[in-house]
Design a protein around this ligand. Structure first.
Ligand code: AMP
Ligand code: MG
Length: 267
């Protein structure tokens, strides 16, 4: 999945990337969903190993425009994975207590512990995205945050955290369809907010902010993947593949038993 890696030092232009791309998989949706199923079983095993070994920490950051598929990807990719070892953290509009602290305070509190996978559904990146687009803090303040975020992620990485960041890339037409689908289905109305239409008007400014974030914060120790996300099955396949490959690369092993268990008899 190197194809989707935002290589540190190389400039990405979101407009040049195809949200419908599916070139890393040889086959269509049906075969893709079968492969996804296999990856899901692998992920279940790797997660158990991660937990048993209790050495590594894994942080998965998900960012996307509204309707970009963060919730769907979490549901599908982590289906069947033991909830004891996986935690989802949602980052909403900060509370007054959170605003009374620095922007990383609420984030650092919930990073993964040893043996744990933590998924950030939105993240500290909102502090250079929505905050920048809406000018919630002055430019001098958010400009410094890219470096701060890199330093923060470096601390996590150097303390044994594997960081994977995914930007789910849909296009504006796809967002229109998904918003319309929410509007047409009364069971999805709870997800529809008129405010989302206001955000949609700011699409281009969001893309600028995303592009800057991707270019300034894709590092060797915390890389961004830009996932083509118009097709949900392909989006989930890319995320699952990166996760499984990364976890395999950790070369984990089950801890040795406390005692020699050969010849132990249970009466
Ligand atoms: P949702 O993910 O649909 O539940 O919406 C969460 C909302 O919280 C989004 O509109 C985000 O842009 C917003 N949000 C998250 N983090 C921040 C932040 N640091 N400052 C302002 N708004 C934020
Ligand atoms: Mg929303």
């Amino acid at each position: 999945m190197k194809r989707y890696l935002a290589e540190p030092g190389k400039k990405v232009e979101i407009a040049k990337l195809d949200p419908n791309d599916n070139k890393e998989f040889d086959g269509g949706k049906e075969k893709g969903l079968e492969r996804l199923q296999e990856l899901n079983l692998e992920l279940q095993e790797l997660q158990e190993l991660l937990y048993a070994e209790g050495r590594h920490k894994v942080l998965v950051v998900l960012q996307a425009m509204d309707t970009g598929g963060k919730d769907g990807a979490i549901r599908r990719v982590f289906e069947g994975v033991n909830p004891q070892g996986v935690r989802v953290e949602n980052f909403k509009v900060p509370t007054s207590e959170e605003l009374a602290h620095d922007y990383l305070w609420r984030v650092h509190k919930v990073v993964p512990a040893k043996g744990e996978i933590t998924i950030f559904n939105r993240s500290h990146y909102e502090d250079v995205l929505v905050v920048r687009v809406h000018e919630i803090v002055p430019v001098e303040v958010w400009k410094k945050r890219y470096d701060q975020i890199n330093q923060f992620e470096k601390i996590l990485a150097e303390s044994g955290t594997t960081i994977l960041k995914f930007f789910l890339n849909i296009d504006k037409d796809e967002q229109k369809e998904r918003l319309q689908a929410r509007l047409d289905d009364p069971t999805k109305h709870w997800k529809f907010r008129l405010g989302d239409l206001e955000e949609r008007k700011l699409w281009d400014r969001y893309m600028e902010a995303y592009e800057d974030a991707l270019n300034k914060t894709s590092t060797d120790y915390a890389s961004w993947y830009i996932v083509p996300a118009n097709q949900k099955w392909y989006r989930d396949l890319v995320i699952s593949t990166v996760l499984v490959e990364t976890l395999k690369g950790l070369k984990m092993s089950y801890p040795a038993p406390e005692e020699n268990l050969d010849g132990v008899v249970i009466e």
